[in-house]
Design a protein around this ligand. Structure first.
Ligand SMILES: [Zn+2]
Length: 305
C-alpha cells in the first residue's frame, strides 16, 4: 500500500529545503494523472479534495479510487481533505480512509480554532492521520471557501497555536490568494513572516495555499482557442522557491491544473472535430495535467540546496 500519512516525507523535505506538491483532484481521471506524475518523477505528493469535490464525486468513491491507485502505483502519496470546515467532516474523512485532513477555522476566533484543532489532532493521531490547520486569511475564492480580505499570519500567534494544538502542519497567510484571478491583490510573498514562523517551529510543516503560478501564455493559448478568461497572473516561481528555502514545505496547486486541463481539451477538440469519444476528450485534458504536475514537481521537489 502506498497510501500513507505524509509526515515522514514532508519532514524529510523540510529538512532538505524542498517542496512537496499538493494537487487538487475531483475525479478518477485527474487523480490518476497526478499520481502517475508522482510515479514518473519518483517523488511523493499529496492528492487533495475539497468539500466541493467530495460533494461532486462522493466520499467513498474518492477513497476507493485512491486506494486502488495505491495498489497500481509504487510511489507513496497521501489523501488529504482540503479546507475541511468542521471537526465532523474531518472525522468522516478520517473514518473513510483519508491519511491527512485540514481543518480550516481561520475565519473563526483564535480560541475556537485552537479548541477544535486540538480536539481533531487527538482523534486523528490515534488513527495515524496527519493534520493541517490554518491561521490568517487568504484573499480569494476556492470552491466553497471565500474571503474578501487578506490578513497575514502573526508569527507570535502561530507559535502559540502550534504549542496549544500540537498540529502537524499550518497553512499561513503570507500574500498568496485563492483562485485564478490573483495579480491585483498580490504584492510578493512576505518572506520575513515565513522565516520567523519556520524558525520558531522547527518540526511543523508550513503550507502555502493558492500557490498556482497562472502562466499568462497558457491563459492566452486558451483564449486563442475560444476561451474567455480574463488576463491574470499568480505567484512568481522565484518567490515560491525562496519561500521553500525560507521554510515552506507543502505547496498547494489547483488553478494551474484546471488551466492545463482546459487548454488540453480545447486544443484537442479544435484539432479533432470528428472525435466524440469521451475517453479521448478527457485524456487530452489529463495528459496536460500530468505534464503540469511533472513540471511543478521538478521545480519544487528537486531544488538544489
Ligand atoms: Zn487553500
Amino acid at each position: 500500500m502506498a497510501l500513507v500519512n505524509p509526515k515522514s516525507f514532508l519532514l524529510k523535505a523540510r529538512k532538505n529545503q524542498k517542496g512537496i506538491c499538493a494537487f487538487n483532484t475531483v475525479n478518477l481521471e485527474t487523480m490518476e494523472a497526478i499520481i502517475s506524475a508522482a510515479e514518473q518523477t519518483n517523488t511523493s505528493i499529496i492528492v487533495q479534495v475539497s468539500e466541493g469535490a467530495i460533494k461532486y464525486a462522493g466520499l467513498d468513491n474518492i477513497v476507493s479510487i485512491a486506494k486502488n491507485f495505491s495498489k497500481k502505483y509504487k510511489i507513496d502519496f497521501a489523501l488529504n481533505l482540503d479546507h475541511g470546515s468542521s471537526f465532523e467532516i474531518c472525522k468522516q474523512c478520517i473514518d473513510a480512509g483519508f491519511t491527512m485532513v485540514m481543518l480550516d477555522l481561520s475565519k473563526k476566533s483564535f480560541e475556537e480554532n485552537v479548541t477544535e484543532t486540538a480536539k481533531l489532532v487527538k482523534y486523528a493521531h490515534k488513527k495515524n492521520v496527519f493534520v493541517e490547520a490554518e491561521l490568517g486569511k487568504l484573499f480569494g475564492k476556492e470552491d466553497l471557501v471565500e474571503n474578501i480580505e487578506s490578513v497575514f499570519t502573526d508569527p507570535v500567534k502561530a507559535k502559540e497555536f502550534i504549542e496549544k494544538t500540537n498540529v502537524d502542519a499550518l497553512a499561513i497567510s503570507v500574500g498568496t490568494s485563492h483562485g485564478a484571478y490573483k495579480l491585483k491583490f498580490v504584492d510578493g510573498l512576505k518572506q520575513d513572516i515565513i522565516k520567523q514562523i519556520a524558525k520558531d517551529n522547527k518540526d511543523t510543516i508550513l503550507v502555502l495555499h493558492g500557490a498556482s503560478h497562472i502562466d499568462l501564455d497558457t491563459v492566452e493559448k486558451i483564449n486563442k482557442l475560444g476561451g474567455k478568461l480574463k488576463s491574470t497572473s499568480g505567484i512568481s516561481l522565484e518567490d515560491e522557491i525562496l519561500a521553500i528555502q525560507n521554510g515552506i514545505t507543502k505547496i498547494n496547486i489547483d488553478s494551474d491544473l484546471r488551466l492545463a486541463y482546459t487548454y488540453g481539451v480545447r486544443k484537442f477538440l479544435k484539432e479533432n472535430g470528428e472525435v466524440f469519444d469521451i475517453r479521448n476528450i478527457t485524456k487530452a485534458g489529463t495528459t496536460e495535467i500530468k505534464e503540469e504536475c511533472i513540471k511543478k514537481i521538478n521545480y519544487f521537489s528537486k531544488l538544489e540546496k
